[in-house]
Design a protein around this ligand. Structure first.
Ligand code: UDP
Length: 323
Protein backbone atom coordinates (compact mmCIF):
# COMPACT_ATOMS: atom_id res chain seq x y z
CA UNK A 1 0.00 0.00 0.00
CA UNK A 2 1.14 3.58 -0.63
CA UNK A 3 0.68 5.74 2.45
CA UNK A 4 1.22 9.49 2.78
CA UNK A 5 2.02 10.34 6.39
CA UNK A 6 1.92 13.94 7.61
CA UNK A 7 3.89 14.44 10.80
CA UNK A 8 5.63 11.12 10.18
CA UNK A 9 8.88 12.46 11.67
CA UNK A 10 7.15 13.14 14.99
CA UNK A 11 6.68 10.93 18.03
CA UNK A 12 3.58 8.90 17.16
CA UNK A 13 3.97 9.31 13.39
CA UNK A 14 7.48 7.85 13.37
CA UNK A 15 6.29 4.75 15.25
CA UNK A 16 3.51 4.24 12.71
CA UNK A 17 5.97 4.74 9.83
CA UNK A 18 8.22 2.12 11.44
CA UNK A 19 5.37 -0.38 11.61
CA UNK A 20 4.23 0.38 8.05
CA UNK A 21 7.84 0.04 6.86
CA UNK A 22 8.31 -3.27 8.63
CA UNK A 23 5.24 -4.52 6.77
CA UNK A 24 6.72 -3.41 3.45
CA UNK A 25 4.43 -0.49 2.62
CA UNK A 26 5.56 2.42 0.44
CA UNK A 27 5.66 5.59 2.55
CA UNK A 28 6.03 9.29 1.88
CA UNK A 29 6.42 11.37 5.04
CA UNK A 30 5.41 15.03 4.83
CA UNK A 31 6.74 16.96 7.83
CA UNK A 32 7.94 20.49 8.50
CA UNK A 33 10.36 19.16 11.15
CA UNK A 34 9.15 21.77 13.64
CA UNK A 35 9.02 19.13 16.35
CA UNK A 36 9.93 16.01 14.35
CA UNK A 37 13.35 14.71 13.33
CA UNK A 38 14.80 13.37 10.11
CA UNK A 39 16.48 10.50 12.01
CA UNK A 40 13.10 9.32 13.29
CA UNK A 41 11.91 8.43 9.77
CA UNK A 42 13.18 4.86 9.54
CA UNK A 43 11.34 3.91 6.36
CA UNK A 44 10.15 5.57 3.17
CA UNK A 45 11.03 9.06 1.98
CA UNK A 46 10.79 12.37 3.81
CA UNK A 47 9.54 15.50 2.09
CA UNK A 48 10.19 18.56 4.22
CA UNK A 49 7.20 20.82 3.85
CA UNK A 50 4.43 22.63 5.65
CA UNK A 51 0.72 21.99 5.33
CA UNK A 52 0.25 25.76 5.11
CA UNK A 53 1.75 25.44 1.61
CA UNK A 54 -1.29 24.13 -0.25
CA UNK A 55 0.42 23.87 -3.63
CA UNK A 56 3.25 21.81 -2.19
CA UNK A 57 0.84 19.39 -0.48
CA UNK A 58 -1.23 19.00 -3.64
CA UNK A 59 1.85 18.44 -5.80
CA UNK A 60 3.21 15.89 -3.34
CA UNK A 61 -0.07 13.95 -3.36
CA UNK A 62 -0.38 14.28 -7.12
CA UNK A 63 3.06 12.79 -7.65
CA UNK A 64 2.90 10.08 -4.96
CA UNK A 65 -0.73 9.00 -5.56
CA UNK A 66 -1.24 7.32 -2.16
CA UNK A 67 -3.94 4.79 -1.30
CA UNK A 68 -4.43 6.57 2.01
CA UNK A 69 -3.30 9.52 4.10
CA UNK A 70 -2.50 9.32 7.81
CA UNK A 71 -2.53 12.78 9.36
CA UNK A 72 -0.46 13.32 12.52
CA UNK A 73 0.92 16.81 11.91
CA UNK A 74 -0.55 19.01 14.62
CA UNK A 75 0.18 21.09 17.70
CA UNK A 76 -0.57 18.97 20.76
CA UNK A 77 0.08 20.74 24.05
CA UNK A 78 -3.00 21.52 26.10
CA UNK A 79 -1.45 24.27 28.19
CA UNK A 80 0.13 26.00 25.18
CA UNK A 81 -3.21 25.88 23.38
CA UNK A 82 -4.77 27.90 26.21
CA UNK A 83 -2.07 30.57 25.83
CA UNK A 84 -1.83 30.48 22.00
CA UNK A 85 -5.25 29.47 20.66
CA UNK A 86 -4.69 30.87 17.16
CA UNK A 87 -1.62 28.69 16.70
CA UNK A 88 -3.86 25.68 17.40
CA UNK A 89 -6.73 26.71 15.16
CA UNK A 90 -4.33 27.63 12.35
CA UNK A 91 -2.15 24.55 12.57
CA UNK A 92 -4.76 21.97 13.49
CA UNK A 93 -7.82 23.24 11.63
CA UNK A 94 -6.76 25.44 8.71
CA UNK A 95 -3.79 23.29 7.75
CA UNK A 96 -5.96 20.18 7.91
CA UNK A 97 -8.43 21.87 5.55
CA UNK A 98 -5.51 22.50 3.18
CA UNK A 99 -4.66 18.81 3.31
CA UNK A 100 -8.28 17.75 2.75
CA UNK A 101 -8.58 20.17 -0.18
CA UNK A 102 -5.44 18.72 -1.71
CA UNK A 103 -6.75 15.20 -1.17
CA UNK A 104 -10.02 15.95 -2.95
CA UNK A 105 -8.18 17.65 -5.81
CA UNK A 106 -6.07 14.53 -6.30
CA UNK A 107 -8.88 12.03 -5.72
CA UNK A 108 -7.41 10.64 -2.52
CA UNK A 109 -10.29 9.67 -0.27
CA UNK A 110 -9.01 7.48 2.54
CA UNK A 111 -7.91 9.22 5.69
CA UNK A 112 -6.79 8.24 9.19
CA UNK A 113 -7.08 11.16 11.57
CA UNK A 114 -5.31 11.75 14.92
CA UNK A 115 -7.96 12.88 17.33
CA UNK A 116 -7.80 12.98 21.10
CA UNK A 117 -9.51 12.30 24.41
CA UNK A 118 -9.30 16.08 24.90
CA UNK A 119 -12.40 16.26 22.66
CA UNK A 120 -14.49 15.00 25.60
CA UNK A 121 -13.62 17.71 28.11
CA UNK A 122 -14.85 16.68 31.56
CA UNK A 123 -16.83 13.50 30.92
CA UNK A 124 -19.88 12.59 32.97
CA UNK A 125 -19.22 8.85 32.91
CA UNK A 126 -16.03 6.82 32.98
CA UNK A 127 -14.67 4.96 31.07
CA UNK A 128 -15.59 7.15 28.12
CA UNK A 129 -17.02 5.65 24.96
CA UNK A 130 -17.37 7.37 21.60
CA UNK A 131 -20.99 8.38 22.19
CA UNK A 132 -20.06 10.69 25.08
CA UNK A 133 -20.74 14.37 24.33
CA UNK A 134 -17.86 16.43 22.98
CA UNK A 135 -17.35 19.40 25.26
CA UNK A 136 -13.66 20.30 25.04
CA UNK A 137 -12.28 22.55 27.77
CA UNK A 138 -9.20 23.75 25.91
CA UNK A 139 -8.42 25.04 22.38
CA UNK A 140 -6.41 21.91 21.57
CA UNK A 141 -9.45 19.70 22.14
CA UNK A 142 -11.72 22.21 20.39
CA UNK A 143 -9.49 22.25 17.30
CA UNK A 144 -9.76 18.45 17.07
CA UNK A 145 -13.55 18.53 17.50
CA UNK A 146 -13.78 21.01 14.63
CA UNK A 147 -11.91 18.74 12.26
CA UNK A 148 -13.99 15.73 13.35
CA UNK A 149 -17.07 17.75 12.38
CA UNK A 150 -15.53 18.59 9.01
CA UNK A 151 -14.87 14.89 8.41
CA UNK A 152 -18.42 13.97 9.40
CA UNK A 153 -19.75 16.41 6.79
CA UNK A 154 -17.20 15.52 4.15
CA UNK A 155 -17.87 11.77 4.26
CA UNK A 156 -21.34 11.80 2.67
CA UNK A 157 -20.71 14.88 0.50
CA UNK A 158 -17.60 13.56 -1.25
CA UNK A 159 -17.67 9.84 -0.55
CA UNK A 160 -14.74 10.52 1.77
CA UNK A 161 -13.66 7.60 3.95
CA UNK A 162 -12.01 8.17 7.30
CA UNK A 163 -11.29 6.73 10.70
CA UNK A 164 -10.60 9.19 13.51
CA UNK A 165 -8.72 7.66 16.43
CA UNK A 166 -9.17 9.44 19.73
CA UNK A 167 -5.89 8.89 21.56
CA UNK A 168 -5.64 8.87 25.31
CA UNK A 169 -2.18 9.48 26.86
CA UNK A 170 0.50 8.13 24.59
CA UNK A 171 3.84 7.25 26.16
CA UNK A 172 6.80 4.88 25.95
CA UNK A 173 9.31 4.24 23.19
CA UNK A 174 10.02 1.59 20.56
CA UNK A 175 10.82 -1.76 22.20
CA UNK A 176 13.95 -2.09 20.03
CA UNK A 177 15.14 1.31 21.28
CA UNK A 178 15.43 2.91 17.83
CA UNK A 179 12.94 5.75 18.31
CA UNK A 180 11.04 7.51 21.09
CA UNK A 181 9.75 10.88 22.17
CA UNK A 182 12.16 13.69 21.33
CA UNK A 183 10.55 17.09 21.66
CA UNK A 184 12.85 20.01 22.42
CA UNK A 185 10.64 20.97 25.36
CA UNK A 186 9.25 17.96 27.24
CA UNK A 187 5.88 18.76 28.79
CA UNK A 188 4.25 15.32 28.98
CA UNK A 189 4.31 13.71 32.40
CA UNK A 190 6.31 10.52 31.83
CA UNK A 191 8.96 12.13 29.64
CA UNK A 192 9.23 15.09 31.98
CA UNK A 193 9.61 12.85 35.04
CA UNK A 194 12.37 10.84 33.35
CA UNK A 195 14.18 14.00 32.31
CA UNK A 196 14.07 15.17 35.91
CA UNK A 197 15.46 11.76 36.96
CA UNK A 198 18.27 12.30 34.44
CA UNK A 199 18.99 15.73 35.86
CA UNK A 200 17.91 17.61 32.74
CA UNK A 201 15.39 19.58 34.83
CA UNK A 202 15.76 20.37 38.54
CA UNK A 203 12.39 19.06 39.75
CA UNK A 204 9.06 17.68 38.66
CA UNK A 205 5.98 19.74 39.38
CA UNK A 206 2.73 17.95 40.15
CA UNK A 207 0.13 20.26 38.65
CA UNK A 208 -2.87 20.19 40.96
CA UNK A 209 -3.44 18.10 44.08
CA UNK A 210 -7.06 19.16 44.73
CA UNK A 211 -8.81 17.31 41.88
CA UNK A 212 -11.85 15.15 42.72
CA UNK A 213 -9.80 11.93 42.43
CA UNK A 214 -8.69 9.50 45.19
CA UNK A 215 -5.26 11.12 45.69
CA UNK A 216 -6.18 14.58 44.39
CA UNK A 217 -4.06 14.37 41.20
CA UNK A 218 -5.27 13.88 37.62
CA UNK A 219 -5.87 10.39 36.27
CA UNK A 220 -4.91 9.43 32.73
CA UNK A 221 -5.04 6.27 30.61
CA UNK A 222 -1.42 5.81 29.43
CA UNK A 223 -1.10 3.84 26.18
CA UNK A 224 2.16 2.48 24.82
CA UNK A 225 3.06 4.14 21.53
CA UNK A 226 3.51 0.76 19.79
CA UNK A 227 -0.03 -0.30 20.71
CA UNK A 228 -1.28 3.01 19.34
CA UNK A 229 0.77 2.50 16.17
CA UNK A 230 -0.83 -0.93 15.75
CA UNK A 231 -4.28 0.65 16.10
CA UNK A 232 -3.47 2.86 13.08
CA UNK A 233 -2.48 -0.08 10.94
CA UNK A 234 -5.62 -1.99 11.87
CA UNK A 235 -7.80 1.07 11.33
CA UNK A 236 -6.24 1.52 7.91
CA UNK A 237 -6.93 -2.10 7.01
CA UNK A 238 -10.50 -1.70 8.22
CA UNK A 239 -10.90 1.40 6.09
CA UNK A 240 -9.47 -0.28 2.98
CA UNK A 241 -11.78 -3.26 3.49
CA UNK A 242 -15.01 -1.50 4.39
CA UNK A 243 -14.68 2.17 3.41
CA UNK A 244 -16.85 2.92 6.41
CA UNK A 245 -16.29 6.24 8.24
CA UNK A 246 -15.87 5.77 11.96
CA UNK A 247 -14.45 7.22 15.18
CA UNK A 248 -12.73 5.06 17.81
CA UNK A 249 -11.10 5.57 21.17
CA UNK A 250 -7.65 4.14 21.81
CA UNK A 251 -6.69 3.49 25.42
CA UNK A 252 -6.41 0.59 27.85
CA UNK A 253 -9.50 1.26 29.95
CA UNK A 254 -7.74 1.98 33.23
CA UNK A 255 -5.90 4.97 34.54
CA UNK A 256 -3.11 6.10 36.84
CA UNK A 257 -2.86 9.26 38.88
CA UNK A 258 0.04 11.67 38.50
CA UNK A 259 1.34 10.53 41.90
CA UNK A 260 1.19 6.85 40.82
CA UNK A 261 3.14 7.64 37.65
CA UNK A 262 5.73 9.57 39.63
CA UNK A 263 6.18 6.67 42.08
CA UNK A 264 6.51 4.18 39.23
CA UNK A 265 9.08 6.41 37.52
CA UNK A 266 11.11 6.60 40.74
CA UNK A 267 11.03 2.82 41.16
CA UNK A 268 12.03 2.07 37.58
CA UNK A 269 14.82 4.63 37.41
CA UNK A 270 15.97 3.89 40.96
CA UNK A 271 16.26 7.66 41.41
CA UNK A 272 14.38 9.54 44.10
CA UNK A 273 14.13 12.73 42.02
CA UNK A 274 12.77 16.00 43.47
CA UNK A 275 9.02 16.56 43.19
CA UNK A 276 7.05 19.67 44.13
CA UNK A 277 3.30 20.17 44.37
CA UNK A 278 2.12 23.11 42.27
CA UNK A 279 -1.19 24.75 41.30
CA UNK A 280 -3.37 23.22 38.59
CA UNK A 281 -2.28 23.60 34.98
CA UNK A 282 -4.79 25.37 32.72
CA UNK A 283 -7.05 23.15 30.62
CA UNK A 284 -6.57 19.83 32.45
CA UNK A 285 -9.65 17.60 33.02
CA UNK A 286 -9.49 15.54 36.27
CA UNK A 287 -9.71 12.09 34.70
CA UNK A 288 -9.70 10.51 31.22
CA UNK A 289 -10.09 6.75 30.83
CA UNK A 290 -10.98 5.10 27.53
CA UNK A 291 -13.59 2.58 26.66
CA UNK A 292 -11.94 1.05 23.59
CA UNK A 293 -14.45 -1.76 23.08
CA UNK A 294 -15.29 -0.47 19.63
CA UNK A 295 -11.68 -0.40 18.40
CA UNK A 296 -11.22 -3.97 19.59
CA UNK A 297 -14.47 -5.20 18.13
CA UNK A 298 -14.21 -3.47 14.78
CA UNK A 299 -10.49 -3.80 14.02
CA UNK A 300 -9.43 -6.73 16.24
CA UNK A 301 -6.99 -4.52 18.19
CA UNK A 302 -5.34 -6.41 21.06
CA UNK A 303 -2.84 -4.34 23.03
CA UNK A 304 0.49 -6.00 23.79
CA UNK A 305 2.06 -3.45 26.16
CA UNK A 306 -0.66 -2.73 28.72
CA UNK A 307 1.68 -2.28 31.68
CA UNK A 308 2.65 1.12 33.12
CA UNK A 309 6.03 -0.16 34.30
CA UNK A 310 6.85 -1.47 30.83
CA UNK A 311 5.75 1.83 29.28
CA UNK A 312 8.01 3.79 31.62
CA UNK A 313 10.86 1.29 31.18
CA UNK A 314 10.89 1.66 27.38
CA UNK A 315 10.76 5.45 27.75
CA UNK A 316 13.61 5.32 30.30
CA UNK A 317 15.80 3.12 28.06
CA UNK A 318 15.25 5.65 25.29
CA UNK A 319 15.82 8.68 27.53
CA UNK A 320 19.10 7.27 28.86
CA UNK A 321 20.49 7.05 25.34
CA UNK A 322 19.79 10.70 24.66
CA UNK A 323 22.33 13.31 25.74
N1 UDP B 1 1.56 16.74 34.67
C1 UDP B 1 2.22 17.11 35.84
N2 UDP B 1 3.52 17.53 35.75
C2 UDP B 1 4.18 17.61 34.55
C3 UDP B 1 3.50 17.23 33.38
C4 UDP B 1 2.17 16.80 33.47
O1 UDP B 1 1.67 17.06 36.95
O2 UDP B 1 5.36 18.02 34.54
C5 UDP B 1 0.16 16.27 34.76
C6 UDP B 1 -0.80 17.12 33.96
O3 UDP B 1 -1.24 18.23 34.71
C7 UDP B 1 -1.92 16.11 33.66
C8 UDP B 1 -1.17 14.78 33.55
O4 UDP B 1 0.09 14.99 34.20
O5 UDP B 1 -2.79 16.03 34.75
C9 UDP B 1 -0.93 14.35 32.12
O6 UDP B 1 -0.38 15.45 31.44
P1 UDP B 1 0.35 15.31 30.03
O7 UDP B 1 0.89 16.66 29.66
O8 UDP B 1 1.31 14.17 30.09
O9 UDP B 1 -0.82 14.87 29.03
P2 UDP B 1 -2.26 15.52 28.70
O10 UDP B 1 -3.25 14.70 29.48
O11 UDP B 1 -2.22 16.96 29.09
O12 UDP B 1 -2.39 15.33 27.23
Amino acid sequence: MKVFVTGGAGYIGSHVVKLLGEEGHDILVFDNLSTGHEWAVLYGRLLKGDLADRDLVRDALDTFRPDAVIHFAASIQVEESVREPLKYYRNNVINTLNLLDAMLETNTTRFIYSSTAATYGIPETMPIDETAPLRPINPYGASKVMVEQVLRDLAPAKDFQYVALRYFNVAGAASDGRIGQAYAEATHLITRALKVAKGEYKKLFIYGTDYPTPDGTCIRDYVHVEDLALAHLLALRYLMDTGRPDIMNCGYGHGFSVREVVEAAKTITGIDFPVEEAPRRAGDPPALIADSTKLKRVTGWEPGHDDLRHIIKTAWEWEKKRI
